[in-house]
Design a protein around this ligand. Structure first.
Ligand code: FAD
Length: 476
């Protein structure tokens, strides 16, 4: 067999599994249909590392969320140089009669190992979150929740997996899978046929199609759309924590979210859609989000909104589907990874490695596993004194390309060296083009740097892969 394990999908689930398996002496390949990792669901979410409190202890996702949160806080954030902020969360109530529900959430959380929770009253809230609305009566404080940049998390996992020997093929869509009679699979992808002993399906919204291709009984992924609205950085200090209402049904509700880059965000909605490509935002969604957010923080204004997007939760029923499929021996599905999949990914990865081991994959630790990844420099996070030192060492740190978000030419070059191949890849890694002017000033400078670093003509530079070229080649 050419590979021991082929992983379909380089979102947070696939990247975390690749990184976990790259500890062992295995031939690993990750196949991603998009031009870069993190271009699927993992790029469009709230970026919350959930504490694990709003899932029932009877759910797999509840336990994996608590364990993923622990792994990230205690190991991965440090090892992979991630900017994780443990800001904590508040689940608020608007009616004293709902106090027993807060107690219930606390009891469920404690049963799963969430630590340090406490009920806080209005006096505490006035002192610590003075912008909360007058309707808020009390809250459950959960200190282990935090925020992260979701795409930088995926890039860190993927980069570290590759550093440890995993192979990543982007722009490589899986189009067919054939089971080999004596065990394993032939995977058709990007014009090649790849032989592998085990196949891990982490294909997000398309996990149902990959599972069916491999011959396992089908389940259906029904996307649940979430619209999110990003606010201006001037509202950065609106709250110190992530603010949740009581959960309703399958949804955690409309939240006021701190993001790792400073801008607060409000959302997400939660509505099923039949279309796996429907990333539209709507007037109704905006109205719903504004109303929900204003009940928490009345000063939230429509004028604060600088950007918006929608993401699709790849849901299948109420829980994750993580299992070996006996009807397609060698296939492990990591499917239905709806929220809190970003948080749970590190724990999902450990669980998948364990399932593979039980199915006969030998997990022999490598002599040298490169656990650590140097933290990339982001000037917007660096104190002025340190910026001076950086510029003294390398003048390209003083050459500011994106004025809105303070991103230098050296950071763009570094992003390309770390794997960025598209304008969106640069944006997600560095924040260049993510500010108020949306790239109005910096796009041409970034393209120039990419031309130099990648040796490509400007006409080959794309926003997010083939078909999204920024300059039309008239000769074609
Ligand atoms: C609005 C919203 C808010 C959310 N907020 C949070 C949050 O705050 N915290 C949290 O923990 N979770 C959150 N989530 C959930 C979280 O984003 C997802 O659980 C997680 O990103 C799923 O990751 P994934 O890797 O499974 O899927 P994806 O990121 O979609 O990755 C799957 C990959 O497979 C690739 N692929 C698909 N088909 C093929 C094929 N045929 N060949 C090759 N590649 C293929 C895709 O291109 C994609 O890159 C949120 C989700 C949404 C939508």
């Amino acid at each position: 067999m050419a590979y021991d394990v082929v992983i379909v999908g380089a979102g947070v689930t696939g990247a975390a599994i690749a990184r976990e398996l790259s500890r062992y002496r295995l031939r690993l390949l990750v196949l991603e249909k998009e031009a870069e990792p993190a271009f699927g669901v993992s790029k469009s979410n709230s970026g919350i590392i959930h504490a694990g409190t709003q899932n029932p202890p009877t759910s797999l996702k509840g336990w994996l969320c608590v364990e993923g949160n622990r792994l990230l806080r205690e190991e991965l954030a440090q090892d992979l140089g991630l900017s994780f902020t443990q800001c904590g969360q508040l689940v608020v109530i608007f009616d004293e009669a709902d106090r027993p529900r807060l107690e219930e959430i606390r009891r469920d959380g404690e049963a799963m190992g969430v630590k340090g929770m406490s009920l806080v009253d209005r006096k505490w809230l006035d002192e610590n979150e003075p912008n909360l609305g007058p309707e808020v009566k009390a809250a459950l404080l959960v200190p282990s929740a935090g925020i992260i940049s979701p795409y930088r998390f995926v890039y860190a996992l993927a980069e570290n997996a590759v550093r440890n020997g995993a192979e990543l093929r982007a722009s490589c869509r899986v189009t067919g899978i054939t089971r080999i009679e004596k065990g394993g699979f032939y995977v058709e992808a990007g014009g090649d046929v790849i032989e592998t002993r085990f196949l891990v399906n982490a294909a997000g919204l398309y996990a149902d199609e990959i599972s069916a291709m491999a011959g396992a009984p089908t389940f259906r992924i029904t996307p649940r759309k979430g619209e999110e609205y990003l606010l201006d950085k001037k509202r950065e200090h609106m709250t110190g924590r992530i603010i949740f209402p009581l959960p309703a049904g399958d949804s955690k509700g409309i939240l006021v979210i701190k993001t790792s880059d400073g801008n607060p965000m409000i959302g997400p909605t939660a509505h099923e859609t039949a279309d796996k490509t429907d990333l539209s935002t709507t007037d109704e969604g905006l109205a719903e989000v504004l109303a929900g957010a204003r009940r928490l923080i009345p000063s939230v204004s429509k004028d604060d909104i600088i950007a918006y997007f929608a993401g699709l939760r790849p849901a299948s029923g109420k829980d994750f589907i993580i299992r070996h499929e006996d009807s397609a021996p060698g296939l492990v599905n990591a499917a239905g990874i709806q929220s809190p999949g970003l948080t749970a990914a590190p724990a999902i990865a450990v669980m998948v490695a364990d399932i593979l081991k039980q199915r006969g994959l030998r997990l022999e630790p490598k002599e040298q596993f490169h656990r650590l990844r140097p933290k990339p420099v982001h000037l917007f996070q660096v104190p002025l004194e340190e910026t001076r030192h950086l510029i003294e060492k390398d003048r390209a740190y003083g050459d500011i390309v994106c004025r809105c978000e303070l991103v230098s030419a050296q950071e763009i070059r570094d992003a390309v060296k770390r794997g960025a191949r598209t304008m969106d890849g640069i944006k997600f890694r560095t924040r260049a083009q993510a500010g108020r002017c949306h790239g109005g000033f910096c796009t041409t400078r970034i393209m120039k740097i990419m031309e130099e670093e990648l040796g490509l003509p400007a006409t080959a530079i794309t926003k997010r892969g083939p078909g999204s070229e920024l300059i039309k080649d008239e000769r074609k």
